[in-house]
Design a protein around this ligand. Structure first.
Ligand code: PA5
Length: 439
């Protein structure tokens, strides 16, 4: 099967072979540190072997839950925030139709999200939809104590119990959390919910290939075996090959650190197909939380083209030269549509007649890359043969492995997130949470 790869052609004016050679030892040593578990945060390396080690029983249980619920419900609410929802959303939105909500003949439930916001209007609107639709819920929190999903789940638990009665509601709720601890664990045990465990040694943002991501993805009807196979194959490639120029994850880690050292403090992940927007959201969390610490780290940003060429395109072309771009470049679409001819040609686009949208989009992509390169922005391309489960599995593992290596090259702990606590302390004090008055 075709695999993802990197195209470095448009970096030539910014990074030379000698630059790569100069950072090679650091990258290889960071990879070794990651694989022998001798670096910072080494108690959170469970994700490294996850795709190869996930148990068949766990996968079978997920599939049984899908069988049990998929026919019965039209909506499936995924309650979670950060690493407990972004991975699932990234894969689901990459694979499903932009108009999936409109598809009344769907075989699998449509996923809606909760626990990722505290907006009152959002929950009122969600409850109005849940009043009318048959639904089930997965509540996902590793710590089991995060405020946003706890608040959302309290609202939804009350709604689902009123709608179906306590006993039926309990059959429609799945909890994904710690094996032993946390409020969510205790609620799930007391109420008798179906439970899945997030392994202790896998941090939230690296958890998409655990039930955190796999259950919602399977519930939407996508093939988690293929997703895991893609991740497995990419893992082999990442681990096996010590040549930086040949190993895409090592090359990506090398390039971003070289560009950072040359003053490129912002990386913009760009797509030319809107279904990859949530891949960027997931990637931003992965890299932002892993590297943004100790006053260091590339700022991860994202844009969707060609939409944002008509807004942020101006800045990228002519604004301050502080960024580099990483383009998610998709070769083949799932479907084709050609530009039809029009006798009058009043819109002046008859020169495009017979071309597919992808041909036009690829030219927009190349035109953009050349323009930005001329404007002094280094551009790296990640070549994606097509968007399917197998390729997304590869992409996920590629980004995760590169993130671990890149974080070690930057000399930070890529697996903690101490900064996330600061806002919580203030919020708890302001809300009068017991024990926070003097914080
Ligand atoms: O990557 C992380 O660890 C965080 O983004 C968490 O996933 C997020 O804060 C949610 O935490 P929890 O799953 O404990 O509710």
């Amino acid at each position: 099967m075709k695999t993802i790869g990197l195209n470095t052609e448009h970096l030539q004016h910014f990074i030379g072979n000698t630059d790569i050679a100069a950072i090679e030892n650091e990258v290889i040593s960071a990879k070794k540190t990651l694989l022998d578990g001798s670096g910072k945060g080494n108690d959170f390396l469970g994700w490294v072997n996850l795709p190869a080690e996930i148990s068949q029983d766990e996968i079978n249980n997920i599939k049984k839950d899908v069988e049990r619920l998929a026919d019965k419900v039209r909506l499936f609410v995924v309650v979670g925030i950060g690493g407990s929802y972004l991975g699932a959303r990234a894969v689901i939105e990459a694979l499903q139709s932009e108009f999936a909500m409109q598809d009344t003949g769907r075989k699998f439930p449509y996923i809606v999200y909760a626990g990722h916001t505290l907006s009152e209007d959002y929950y009122c609107q969600l409850m109005q939809v849940l009043d009318k639709q048959d639904y089930a819920v997965a509540v996902i929190s590793k710590s089991g104590t995060t405020t946003e999903p706890a608040v959302a789940f309290r609202l939804i638990k009350s709604h689902i119990e009123k709608k179906y009665g306590k006993a039926e509601a309990a059959k429609r709720i799945i909890a994904i959390t710690d094996a032993r601890r946390g409020a969510l664990h205790d609620i799930a045990v007391q109420e008798g919910y179906q439970m899945y465990v997030i392994p202790d040694n896998v941090g939230g943002r690296f958890s998409v290939l655990t039930p955190v991501g796999l259950l919602p993805i399977a519930m939407s009807g996508y093939d988690i075996d293929k997703l895991l196979q893609g991740a497995c194959d990419m893992r082999e490639e990442c681990i096996r090959n010590d040549k930086v120029e040949e190993n895409p994850a090592l090359l990506y880690a090398a390039i971003r650190n070289l560009l950072y050292r040359k003053g490129r403090k912002v990386e913009i992940l760009e797509n030319f197909v809107p279904q990859l927007k949530y891949i960027s959201e997931w990637w931003k969390q992965l890299y932002g939380e892993s590297e943004g610490k100790e006053g260091k780290g590339i700022l991860p940003h994202s844009l969707s083209f060609t939409t944002d060429l008509h807004s942020m395109g101006q800045y990228v072309q002519e604004g301050e030269r502080l960024m580099f771009e990483t383009v998610l470049s998709v070769e083949r679409p799932q479907q084709r549509i050609e530009i039809p001819s029009d006798e009058k040609n009043l819109d002046g686009i008859n020169y495009l007649v017979g071309k597919t949208l992808t041909e036009i989009n690829h030219n927009a992509e190349l035109g953009t890359i050349l323009a930005h390169c001329d404007g002094g922005v280094p551009v790296l391309r990640i070549l994606i043969p097509e968007v399917n489960e197998y390729v997304l599995g590869q992409l996920i593992y590629f980004f995760e492995f590169a993130c671990g290596v890149s974080g070690y090259v930057l000399q930070v702990n890529p697996f903690d997130q101490p900064g996330v606590e600061a806002y919580k302390k203030n919020m708890f004090r302001l809300l009068g949470k017991p024990g926070y008055a003097d914080k």
